[in-house]
Write a protein that binds this ligand. Structure first.
Ligand SMILES: Cc1cc2nc3c(=O)[nH]c(=O)nc-3n(C[C@H](O)[C@H](O)[C@H](O)COP(=O)(O)O)c2cc1C
Length: 330
């Protein structure tokens, strides 16, 4: 029997398939169902920095109004009584930890290092096993340099790692210049894992009515190419775990990402499209492939097709495109 167990950001997982952060990981009922489906870990739906900041400011206002003077008092609030996103989030973590036995990774969507990072302490107190920082500010400001944009990530990581001893993962987008250098620099911080990549809503045009529409919220299997390439390029070159996200819809996608060197593989769109039962399929396909190839555990093939280990490193770089284009000449 193939052994699918792995480690990820210092946590032990029974297999590398993670339910990535989405609307499917925001209620206790779904978390319980996801565990039953067989996933190795779950990343909770993100809480937004703005929600955290507005809760803190509301509480401070309430405390001031009622004569409280010690901010620590906030720790003693009865969150069950509070109908706000932060209280609900902390309760979700605590409930998940009592009902579910696989690792639960909290997720914060943030764009600044101000005001909110201390919240990581409360995520830890609520019982989360790790925290994933979903950082993204579209680099549209023509007056900000790449270094300035990157500084934001390093500031956030530093502030959060001072607030908590939880393992931290950082989920990034591919929209960074000098991507390999940026990923290397991230790996030299306290982060234990880097998730490649987040996927965003993109605007589209309705050319008849001159209106904006949106591209599909869900990925297609073809979209695996971008993360596959970058996982393969970076794995084996940095000590930080890489988690592959975007475009993994089946066992074949998961196998490819493991061959590229991913420590874990995150799935989202396929769960929306096919239901949680898809996880069993993915695990079965991976296990069957391992049995067929004679692999007893993941380490025997993880990174086998990464750029540093492949017989054909150029496969990941520009030469390959030149060959393709030449082949398409008539
Ligand atoms: C409806 C929906 C909600 C999502 N919400 C979040 C979120 O709260 N936080 C986050 O980091 N990513 C979120 N994502 C992104 C997914 O976690 C994932 O990175 C992305 O969908 C690409 O993976 P996929 O190709 O498996 O769908 C969301 C995706 C979808 C489709």
């Amino acid at each position: 029997m193939a052994n699918l167990s792995t480690t990820y950001m210092g946590l032990k997982l029974k297999n590398p398939i993670i339910a990535s952060s989405s609307g499917l990981t925001g209620t206790l009922k779904d978390l319980v169902e996801l565990e039953k489906s067989g996933v190795g870990a779950i990343v909770l739906k993100s809480i937004f920095e703005e929600e955290i900041i507005s809760e803190t400011e509301d509480n401070l206002n309430k405390m001031n109004a009622s004569g409280f003077i010690y901010p620590e008092t906030m720790e003693y609030f009865d969150f069950d009584e509070m109908e706000d996103p932060v209280a609900n989030y902390l309760k979700l973590i605590a409930d998940a930890k009592s009902e579910v036995s696989i690792p639960i990774i909290a997720s914060v969507n943030c764009v600044t290092a101000d005001k909110w990072p201390d919240f990581a302490k409360r995520i830890q107190s609520a019982g989360a096993d790790g925290i994933e920082l979903n950082i993204f500010a579209l680099p549209t400001d023509m007056n900000r340099s790449a270094t300035q944009n990157e500084a934001l990530y390093f500031d956030i990581i530093e502030r959060v790692s001072k607030a908590t001893t939880l393992p931290i993962a950082i989920k990034i987008s591919p929209y960074n210049s000098s991507l390999a250098n940026f990923i290397k620099k991230l790996s030299e911080t306290k982060v234990k894992a880097i998730v490649l990549f987040n996927r965003f809503y993109s605007p589209d045009f309705d050319v008849n009515n001159f209106e904006f529409t949106s591209t599909s919220v869900f990925s297609t299997p073809a979209e695996i190419a971008l993360s596959l390439r970058w996982v393969a390029i970076m794995s084996g070159r940095i000590d930080t775990d890489l988690s592959a996200s975007t475009g993994v819809h089946d066992g074949l996608g998961a196998i490819k990402q493991l061959l590229a060197g991913a420590q874990t593989v995150q799935v989202c769109s396929t769960l929306y499209r096919n239901g949680f039962a898809k996880v069993e399929d993915i695990l079965k396909q991976t296990e069957e492939w391992m049995n067929e190839k004679g692999f007893n555990d993941i380490e025997q093939f993880r990174g086998k097709m990464s750029q540093v280990r492949t017989y054909n490193p150029a496969a990941f770089e520009r030469v390959q495109f030149m060959k393709y284009f030449r082949d398409m000449d008539r």
